[in-house]
Write a protein that binds this ligand. Structure first.
Ligand code: DMJ
Length: 423
């Protein structure tokens, strides 16, 4: 948005808390208490506000017990609700926080909303209903799920674009990276967050992953497993840095997988982790490019100049951390340490850390931006990678797509839809 909303402060709170930086955490809390306001004439992304602000505030609330975070999360969620006023209930990508007017990105195919955006609300919205007793949030995300369930899927794949006016798919482009990624992640995590009771979510995840494996996952000539992108019946042999989160997702979803294929999915996670490590290792800076190809003799290397940047993204380290938790293979800590050293050497600047424009250049130039996910995710996952497993055990906590931990909900015998007795 165009107003000063303190994204980095909110996104970093739980990282500060987990690292035991309590003075800094209190400073953040004070700022939020005094300054974080939502009645601003600013157009924001529903998805980004949800994963960074609502997710960040909810995690800060659950970790610290400070009411202010819950209050702010609920206020902000109320400001997002007008985005769902579309003919289908599929929300607009953007909403003006003051007027409630929504619209979609101009670049999106056929006026569509984006799968990874409207499909990445479930965790936070279920928690909002749980905490407030108000079913409105839960009903919004369940409506999206039901609508998706009813739709035909080409080759069993979910296209990235869906028009919120007509309820029809836009361009048949499917990816596990940008535009698709966290939709699949949230199907799995909805199941985990429900204490494995939400079997509908688990089934949707299993079905989606089976189609992805069949149509998008391939081995390169050099033996690297990669996840490509499906565009109108054609497989593009290109993988994004964003797609690298999927290694961790496959490992996290191994337990409970259909036909007891746990070993298979853990192995797939390890192969993706390896491929993504190669994408780092084949650069000059030992930091991964935004996208890399497996085509015409090229393997895990960026080809186009505008795909050679690294903007402090977390996905590769996220996968190292999940793989570490599930295997305790020391190579994941070693790879995490390589990335840590490279970030410290090439991204540290006087005012913090910066993205770099070309990971293949020995004299990198900076983009002069420290993305808020660097503190929310990249540093948190690194810290967890070198911590004991009893810090945020995965049996009790589920991380949202911005690495904000939310507790598993034990909801047996209760319903989130319309039961005011629920706290
Ligand atoms: C983050 O905001 C989230 O991880 C999101 O799911 C994808 N993009 C960024 C980090 O790269």
């Amino acid at each position: 948005g165009n107003s000063q909303m303190g994204a980095t402060i909110v996104d970093a709170l739980d990282t500060l808390y987990i690292m035991g930086l309590h003075d800094e955490f209190r400073e953040g809390q004070e700022w939020i208490d005094k300054n974080l306001e939502f009645s601003v004439n600013s157009e924001v992304s529903v998805f980004e506000v949800n994963i960074r602000f609502i997710g960040g505030l909810l995690a800060a609330y659950y970790l610290s017990g400070q009411e202010v975070f819950k209050i702010k999360a609920v206020q902000l969620a109320g400001k997002l609700l007008p985005a769902f006023n579309t003919p289908t209930g599929i929300p607009w990508a953007m909403v003006n926080l003051k007027s409630g007017v929504g619209r979609n990105w101009g670049w999106a195919s056929a006026g569509s909303s984006i799968l990874a955006e409207f499909g990445t609300l479930h965790m936070e919205f279920v928690h909002l209903s749980y905490l407030t007793g108000d079913p409105v949030y839960y009903n919004k995300v369940m409506h999206i799920r039901k609508l998706l369930q009813k739709m035909d899927r080409p080759n069993g794949l979910y296209p990235n674009y869906l028009n919120p006016r007509t309820g029809r798919w836009g361009q048949h482009h499917t990816s596990v990276g940008g535009l698709g990624d966290s939709f699949y992640e949230y199907l799995l995590k909805a199941w985990l967050m429900s204490d494995k009771m939400d079997m509908e979510a688990r089934k949707m995840y299993d079905d989606a992953i089976e189609a992805i494996e069949k149509h998008l996952i391939r081995k390169s000539n050099g033996g690297l497993t990669f996840i490509g992108e499906w565009k109108n019946g054609h497989l593009e042999r290109k993988m994004g840095h964003l797609t690298c989160f999927a290694g961790g997702m496959f490992a996290l979803g191994a337990d409970g997988s259909r036909d007891d294929k746990a070993g298979h999915y853990l192995q797939l996670g390890a192969e993706i982790a390896h491929t993504c490590h190669e994408s780092y290792d084949r650069t000059t800076l030992k930091l991964g490019p935004e996208a890399f190809k497996f085509d015409g003799g090229v393997e895990a290397v960026a080809v186009r100049q505008n795909e050679k940047y690294y903007i402090l993204r977390p996905e590769v380290i996220e996968t190292y951390w999940y793989m570490w938790r599930f295997t305790h293979d020391p190579k994941y800590r070693q790879w995490g340490w390589e990335a840590t050293q490279a970030i410290d050497k090439y991204c540290r600047v006087s005012g913090g850390f910066s993205g770099v424009k070309d990971v293949y250049s020995s004299s990198p130039t900076y983009d002069d931006v420290q993305q808020s996910f660097f503190l929310a995710e990249t540093l948190k996952y690194l810290y967890l990678l070198f911590s004991n497993d009893d810090l945020l055990p995965l049996d009790n906590w589920v991380f949202n797509t911005e690495a904000h931990p939310l507790p598993v909900l034990h909801l047996a015998n209760t319903t989130l839809s319309g039961n005011p007795a629920y706290r």
